[in-house]
Design a protein around this ligand. Structure first.
Ligand code: AHR
Length: 723
């Protein structure tokens, strides 16, 4: 991209005069377009002196308070976020409901015959089972079932895994051997991990594998749950592994086919905080490092479902996992709902964040909707019950159920969102649906803040009219330039609107599967805007949060690029955008300080033309000059520390003259936290997880008036000790 820098002509006294006038305002809007002439350095012969941009921080002018809840997370089952992601479960399609045609993601071992069987349900929820014909088993040739997990099963050294399953036999009473087997991708014969670290080839009959296999000697003729632990030895960590359940015994009676049925075959590694049915520690740690304040759950489209019967029906996602039927997610894969409402809440508790509960509001993605009125009432009641489950005392019906489910203490709850992206609802019922939910929820829980899904960025006529939502949710999926172009949008938003802003989904969508440095720069420009305007922007959450990067082909592990955190079965990493968020959410004060600037460089941008079905609509928008430097300043009212954030999106270093007024002094020594890259395309990945990470350095020569050079493609937070 061509950059145009701003130069002030030597004799431009008129421009200097305008600068003096505009410099007196406290608006952080870039004033440079009106105060200097723009000269393309490549084509213009005029001798010019580069103008050093000036950035003023007015430490005695607090323009807003930083919302204590500003930085949060948004989540849903997309891109294998839970199953195949955060959720610890290692077995894919553990309930055999991912397809009604075949036991997908299951392999047969040896001469096994396997099939789905609806005649032997475990219960009404798990109403199908996997049938294994054992009759071909022999001492030299075991038969069984094998699962390769979500693009692999991570197996680590000296680690204990918890395997469990339901089974019943007919003319078969055991034994069953449960093993973790390494699949050598060069020689795809099954191999055993052994506790001494060596690997034995072949699925050997009757082998006993200390530590990585366990045997259940007897299988009942009725459904029963079986559990074993498998502890690895000093092996190499790998993801090329299978869970295998096998037998060498054909059956109990000669001439009868031995049969064994399975349901809910599960394998768990150690989890974060050692929670049963818990989460993957590496991904949890990445999230913990973000210090999020809230979690918007459970979606997104995942809340709504394609059809009303495919919504997130929370009552079917709680209690014993074997009683959860599961459902198809709108992102086109099966969810067992092992990761249900209580698991979301435990996740919140583990990371000291609050749930921001989105309740199903009677509208599904393929335009199914429920009219406001009596038809909607059961859904309103469901939402009231859900709020009670999350936050009610144990003397309430649903609070008591929560206690039965293992958590007597209520979870903190302050925000409830009614639906998701209801601007898609062409029936025009959102106002009525919102009002019905709003009245019922406020009637019972007046302290709750109710969020509309139609943001203040939408035309007034689309927004909720009949009630005043406490907040409204705005979504921004943008290119880098679009983010930069809108980086001052909230500076001029109404301060009198009662409805505050929740930016519930946003991302600079540059880079796949995870954003690159260009994405991080766009995000940082946008975060400066949100933080600077945190008097009206009370909450924000990037989306989507997660992506399994194992299979990026269509229909694979990713439905939506660009996503903040990537992982495969074994390892995970944060994108440059992730590190930009960590920097922002962990380095800010409670006061937003007034700022001003002059001579901020800009670059040209051609906004895209609106199209419908690929056909351009209306006139091509006029090209714009948009800023190349972004900033905001906050101060910790207790310690006095000023956090000055500066984003340089240019391909050259940028010197900035920084003036801080309203303080007696700034200590000469401070700290800079810098995220930078050599190219906007640079990124992190499974192979290079920490190519771009923030570096912290001590800085000298600070004061109330200093210059600093900001590297190309960089995000910097200066911590200034003010007195
Ligand atoms: O974040 C991906 C999707 O984008 C969300 O599910 C939906 O709310 C939005 O359209």
């Amino acid at each position: 991209m061509q950059h145009t820098f701003l130069f002030r002509k030597h004799l431009s006294t008129l421009a200097g005069l305008v600068l003096a006038v505009l410099g007196a305002t406290t608006s952080p809007l870039p004033a440079q377009d009106t105060i200097t002439d723009t000269i393309d350095t490549a084509t213009n012969g005029i001798i010019a002196t580069p103008v050093i941009p000036v950035l003023q921080v007015k430490a005695d002018q607090v323009s807003a308070q930083v919302s204590p809840m500003l930085y949060g997370l948004m989540t849903e089952e997309i891109n294998f976020s839970y199953e195949g992601g955060l959720y610890g479960e290692l077995v894919r399609n553990r309930t055999f409901k991912a397809s009604t045609n075949a036991p997908v993601y299951w392999d047969k071992v040896g001469g096994a015959v396997i099939s789905l069987d609806t005649n032997q349900p475990l219960n009404a929820a798990l109403n199908v089972s996997l049938k294994l014909d054992t009759s071909k088993a022999s001492k030299d040739s075991p038969v069984g079932i094998a699962n390769s997990g979500y693009w692999g099963i991570a197996v680590r050294p000296n680690t204990t895994y918890h395997a469990s399953f339901y089974a019943k036999g007919e003319h078969f009473d055991g034994p069953l051997t449960i093993s973790l087997l390494h699949v050598d991708t060069n020689h795809p014969t099954l191999t055993y991990h052994t506790s001494d670290g060596s690997v034995t080839k072949g699925l050997e009959a009757g082998s006993t594998m200390p530590g990585v296999s366990a045997t259940i000697p007897k299988i009942s003729g009725d459904w029963q749950k079986y559990e074993v632990t498998l502890t690895t030895g000093d092996i190499q960590p790998s993801k090329d592994n299978q869970l295998v359940i096998s037998t060498t015994k054909p059956g109990t009676f000669f001439n009868h086919h031995g049969t064994v049925w399975f349901q809910q075959v599960s394998l768990f590694p150690p989890t974060y905080n050692n929670r049963a049915n818990g989460n993957r520690p590496d991904i949890m740690q990445l999230l913990a490092d973000m210090h999020p304040k809230f979690l918007r759950l459970p979606g997104g489209n995942y809340l709504e479902g394609d059809y009303i019967n495919e919504r997130f029906d929370w009552k079917k996602t709680i209690g014993d996992v074997s009683q959860r039927p599961g459902h198809r997610s709108p992102w086109n894969y099966w969810s067992t709902d092992g990761f249900g409402l209580m698991e979301y809440l435990n996740w919140c508790e583990d990371l000291h964040m609050e749930p921001l509960l989105a309740v199903f509001a009677g509208y599904a993605l393929k335009h199914d909707y429920i009219k406001p009125g009596p038809d909607l009432q059961p859904y309103v009641q469901d939402a009231l019950d859900e709020i009670e489950y999350v936050s009610g005392d144990t003397n309430t019906i649903w609070g008591a159920q929560r206690a039965i489910d293992g958590h007597p203490a209520p979870f903190p709850l302050h925000y409830v969102e009614v639906g998701n992206e209801d601007w898609f609802d062409r029936s025009g019922t959102y106002d009525g649906r919102f009002a019905q939910f709003y009245d019922a929820i406020k009637g019972k829980y007046p302290q709750l803040q109710i969020i509309s899904t139609i943001g203040n960025d939408r035309p007034e006529s689309q927004r909720v009219q009949s009630r005043t939502p406490d907040l409204a949710d705005e979504h921004y999926y943008r290119t880098q330039e679009q983010m930069e172009a809108q980086s001052h949008v909230y500076d001029t938003r109404s301060r009198t609107n009662q409805t505050k802003v929740f930016v519930g989904e946003w991302a600079t969508r540059v880079g796949r599967p995870t954003p690159n440095m260009a994405g991080a720069l766009g995000d940082a420009a946008w975060m400066c805007c949100m933080e600077r305007n945190s008097d009206i922007v009370l909450l924000e959450s990037y989306a989507p949060l997660f992506v399994n990067v194992s299979d990026l082909a269509r229909g694979g592990s990713m439905q939506w690029p660009s996503d903040l955190i990537g992982y495969d079965a074994l390892t995970s990493y944060g994108s440059p955008s992730y590190y930009a968020q960590v920097m922002f959410s962990t380095h800010h004060g409670d006061n937003v300080l007034a700022t001003d600037s002059q001579d901020i460089p800009t670059h040209p941008w051609q906004p895209p033309q609106r199209t419908r079905n690929g056909v351009p609509q209306g006139e091509r928008p006029a090209p714009q000059q948009i800023p190349s430097i972004f900033y905001d300043a906050t101060r910790d009212s207790q310690s006095g520390t000023i956090y000055l954030k500066v984003v340089n999106r240019q391909d050259t270093a940028q010197t900035v003259h920084i003036q801080i007024s309203g303080v007696a002094s700034i200590e000469a020594q401070g700290t800079a936290i810098v995220l930078k890259a050599d190219s906007p395309d640079d990124t992190n990945s499974i192979q290079e997880p920490t190519k771009i990470v923030p570096a912290t350095e001590s800085v000298d020569g600070l004061g109330t008036d200093f210059t600093r050079e900001f590297p190309p493609y960089s995000i910097t937070i200066l911590e200034l000790k003010a007195k």
